[in-house]
Design a protein around this ligand. Structure first.
Ligand SMILES: NC(=O)c1ccc[n+]([C@@H]2O[C@H](COP(=O)([O-])OP(=O)(O)OC[C@H]3O[C@@H](n4cnc5c(N)ncnc54)[C@H](O)[C@@H]3O)[C@@H](O)[C@H]2O)c1
Length: 252
C-alpha cells in the first residue's frame, strides 16, 4: 500500500486520531495538509511529519465556517497543485444524559460533527469531479452504528455521517470518487481523556475495556491503517462502506 505523491487534507489532525492518520499518510509518501482549529497542534503535527521526511502544511481552520473551509481547499490547491484525499476527522463530544444537554451543546455537537464534514466534502468535490479522482474517508463512530449512552446528539450526527457517506458514494461513483467511513471504537486520545475525567470516567474506561474482545482501547495508529487503506488505490472498488475499527466491540 502506498500514497506516493498523493495530496491529502486531514481535518482535526493537530492531535489524537487525526495526527495518527497524518503520520501514517506521511509514512506512505503523501503530502498532508493538517487543518485544525488548534493551530499549535497542527504545527506540531507538521513538525513530526517533516522529522519523518514527509511534507506537510499546517492550516488554522474551523470546519464549522464554510468560508474557512473553502480557504483551506484554495490554499491546498495553490500550495500543492492538487487534492486527492479528504479525511473528515475533526470531531467533538461531551458525555452526559440527553435530558441534561443544553440546546447550545446540541448546536456545537451538530456544527462540528455533522455540518463541518458536509462543508468540507462540498468544498473538495468540484476539483475531484473535474479530475475524476478522489478518496473521501469520513470518521464516524460506533456510537453512530449502535448508539451510546450519554452521546445522544453525537450519535445522531455520526449516524448521519454514515448515511451521508452512502449517498455521496452513490452520487460520486460516476466521477471515480470513493467515499467510505471508518468507525473507531473507544480510542486513547485527548478527546477520550477529556470526556472520561475523574472517578466516573475511570469506571467508564474500565467498562469499555471489558466490553472490547481484544481487552484494550484503540490507539490512533489502529485507526490510521484502516483509513490509509480506504484512501489508497488498493481500495479503488470499495465505496459506501462502513468499517468499524474497535477491537471487535461491534460486529456485523
Ligand atoms: N477517541 C475516541 O474514542 C473516538 C471514538 C469514536 C470516534 N471518534 C472520532 O474520531 C475523530 C477524532 O477524535 P479524537 O478522539 O482524535 O479527538 P481529539 O479531540 O483528540 O482530536 C480532534 C481534533 O479535532 C480538532 N477540532 C475540533 N473541532 C474542530 C473544528 N471546529 N475545526 C477544526 N478542527 C477541530 C481538535 O482541535 C482536535 O485537534 C472524531 O471525529 C471523533 O468523533 C473518536
Amino acid at each position: 500500500m502506498d500514497l506516493k505523491d498523493k495530496v491529502a487534507i486531514v481535518t482535526g489532525a493537530g492531535g489524537g486520531i487525526g495526527r495518527g492518520i497524518a503520520m501514517k499518510f506521511g509514512s506512505l509518501g503523501a503530502r498532508v495538509v493538517v487543518a485544525d482549529i488548534k493551530f499549535e497542534g497542527a504545527k506540531e503535527t507538521v513538525a513530526l511529519l517533516e522529522k519523518g521526511g514527509a511534507k506537510g502544511l499546517a492550516l488554522n481552520t474551523d470546519i464549522t465556517y464554510p468560508a474557512q473551509v473553502q480557504e483551506m481547499v484554495r490554499t491546498t490547491l495553490s500550495h500543492f497543485g492538487k487534492l486527492d484525499i479528504l479525511v473528515n476527522n475533526a470531531g467533538w463530544d461531551l458525555i452526559e444524559p440527553f435530558t441534561k444537554n443544553t440546546p447550545e451543546s446540541w448546536e456545537k455537537v451538530i456544527a462540528i460533527n455533522l455540518k463541518g464534514p458536509i462543508f468540507c466534502t462540498r468544498a473538495v468535490l468540484d476539483h475531484m469531479m473535474e479530475r475524476k479522482y478522489g478518496k473521501i474517508v469520513n470518521i464516524s463512530s460506533d456510537a453512530g452504528r449502535v448508539g451510546s449512552s450519554g452521546e445522544a446528539v453525537y450519535s445522531a450526527c455520526k449516524g448521519g455521517i454514515i448515511a451521508f457517506t452512502k449517498t455521496m458514494a452513490r452520487e460520486m461513483a460516476r466521477y471515480q470518487i470513493n467515499v467510505n467511513c471508518v468507525c473507531p471504537g473507544p480510542t486513547e486520545t485527548p478527546l477520550l481523556a477529556e470526556i472520561t475525567r475523574g472517578e466516573t470516567g475511570a469506571k467508564i474506561i474500565e467498562a469499555m475495556v471489558k466490553a472490547v474482545p481484544f481487552r484494550r482501547l484503540g490507539k490512533p495508529e489502529d485507526i490510521a491503517g484502516a483509513v490509509a487503506f480506504l484512501a489508497s488505490d488498493e481500495a479503488s472498488f470499495v465505496t459506501g462502506q462502513t468499517l468499524s475499527v474497535s477491537g471487535g466491540l461491534t460486529m456485523c
